[in-house]
Design a protein around this ligand. Structure first.
Ligand code: GDD
Ligand code: MN
Length: 393
């Protein structure tokens, strides 16, 4: 064998080593409108993870800016990069869970795709978890030695501190940053917890810790939480709402499903809106319309019902179905009409059930309540299928 052959062989062996070395780590990167951040992030991962066999999985919720196309473009040249493209869905927690379930790597990490999380922490975190010494590695914004200076968001730091304090109280987890979106654990532990994870909201780490039956040994890594590179935060406006919904889902979601609870609460607020409009109308209309074909009450009741129905439609669209939100004038108009039709059917069911119960000798109020509950369940079931049920863009 001549020397050049040997050199070739050595080169081949080295390359084979990085491509055939069993996969050690998967980094799951949930994305929504992060197109401009991907390429540079993959470069930073490549630098930070030299000598480690890794893959990165972008979990994109059909971002309008074409993030998934960008991820596929990178993936064509770099097979360590994979894409999970979800449609008709939104949500950081469920994206993280599904990404972690989509890999054969024995260890999985979740991190933000906007460069706020420093990839340089990954090798240390991997060592802690892969060795079996710890179950979970958490990059903390609030541990000794960490910093949130560069983030430049004192308002969010305060919000996180409050959320963290509540989280520590209700879960008993002693962590400086249970809301962190940057953590690592063995894929096995994640899969064991997966059937019981809620997948609602963004507090995925907390959910994993609260769900696992054995107590997790946790190592914290102080993180210098950077400013976002490109684009804007998706959690700014919903962070408090999502946190509360997430808490509800964990503790009561199995008794009354979170979506139905939201739908019902909004419906109840709708009743208040209805009454307010009706009474305002009756006060303002005064004697004016008396004696007409349509009475004040009939007209007021109709207006109040339409306003309340519209109010319910928009609130449900914004909150209950935030992950399937209808946008654009045409889609909203179609949705509003369908919601109206659905609610009329629900009203028939409501009155029908209440009437039958009264005939069977039930008191009027419990009968009315039963009618309302049946009508709401009906509205919920129908509207979640026909108004917000389709995969959209
Ligand atoms: N697939 C998917 N679907 N990804 C999402 C969604 C979604 O609905 N919402 C946000 N993301 C992605 C973003 O594209 C980003 O990569 C990452 O999740 C974090 O979202 P940001 O919008 O950058 O969140 P943030 O910086 O305001 O919030 C930070 O603090 C939270 C706790 O207070 C992050 O570090 C979060 O991970 C952390 O939970
Ligand atoms: Mn961010």
């Amino acid at each position: 064998m001549s020397n050049p052959d040997l050199a070739q062989l050595a080169d081949f062996a080295q390359r084979a080593d990085t491509t055939t070395k069993p996969l050690e780590l998967a980094i799951v990167l949930p994305t929504f409108n992060e197109r401009g951040n991907l390429a540079s992030l993959v470069e930073r991962l490549d630098d930070a993870l030299a000598g480690i066999s890794w893959e990165a999985i972008f979990v994109d919720d059909n971002s309008p800016d074409g993030t998934s196309d960008e991820a596929r473009k990178i993936s064509q040249h770099d097979r360590r990069v994979r894409v999970l493209h979800r449609i008709g869905r939104r949500g950081l927690a469920s994206a993280a869970i599904e990404g972690m379930m989509a890999t054969a790597a024995p260890v999985v990490a979740v991190m933000d795709a906007d460069h706020q999380h420093d990839p340089a922490l990954l090798p240390g975190m991997l060592k802690a978890v892969a060795s079996g010494e710890y179950d979970v590695a958490v990059a903390s914004r609030f541990a000794e030695g960490a910093s949130t200076e560069q983030w430049g968001r004192p308002d969010r730091v305060r919000a996180s501190n409050i959320a963290n304090a509540i989280a520590r109280k209700v879960t008993g987890v002693e962590l400086s940053d249970p809301m962190s979106g940057y953590f690592m654990l063995r894929a096995e532990s994640l899969r064991a917890a997966a059937p019981n994870l809620s997948g609602v909201g963004f507090k995925i780490l907390l959910d994993i810790l609260a769900t696992s039956d054995q107590t997790m040994r946790i190592k914290e890594f102080p993180l210098n939480f950077a400013a976002r590179a490109e684009g804007e935060s998706k959690l700014d406006r919903t962070v408090v709402f999502e946190f509360l919904v997430g808490l509800y889902d964990k503790w009561l979601g199995r008794i009354i499903p979170t979506r139905f609870a939201l739908f019902g609460t909004i419906g109840a607020v709708g009743v208040v809106v209805h009454m307010a409009i009706l009474s305002a109308f009756l006060t303002l209309a005064g004697e004016g319309l008396r004696g007409n074909v349509v009475t004040n009450f009939e007209l007021g009741q109709t207006i109040a019902a339409l306003v309340a129905m519209t109010f319910n439609f928009f609130l449900n669209n914004a909150l209950t179905y935030a992950d399937k939100r209808l946008t654009g004038a045409a889609a909203l108009m179609r949705g509003w009409i369908k919601f109206g039709v659905t609610c009329s059917v629900g009203l028939l069911a409501n009155v029908g059930v209440a009437a039958v119960l009264v005939r069977f000798g039930f008191h009027e109020y419990p009968a009315a309540l039963a009618g309302i509950v049946i009508g709401s369940v009906w509205n919920f079931a129908l509207s979640s299928k026909f108004v917000w049920g389709r995969y959209g863009t």
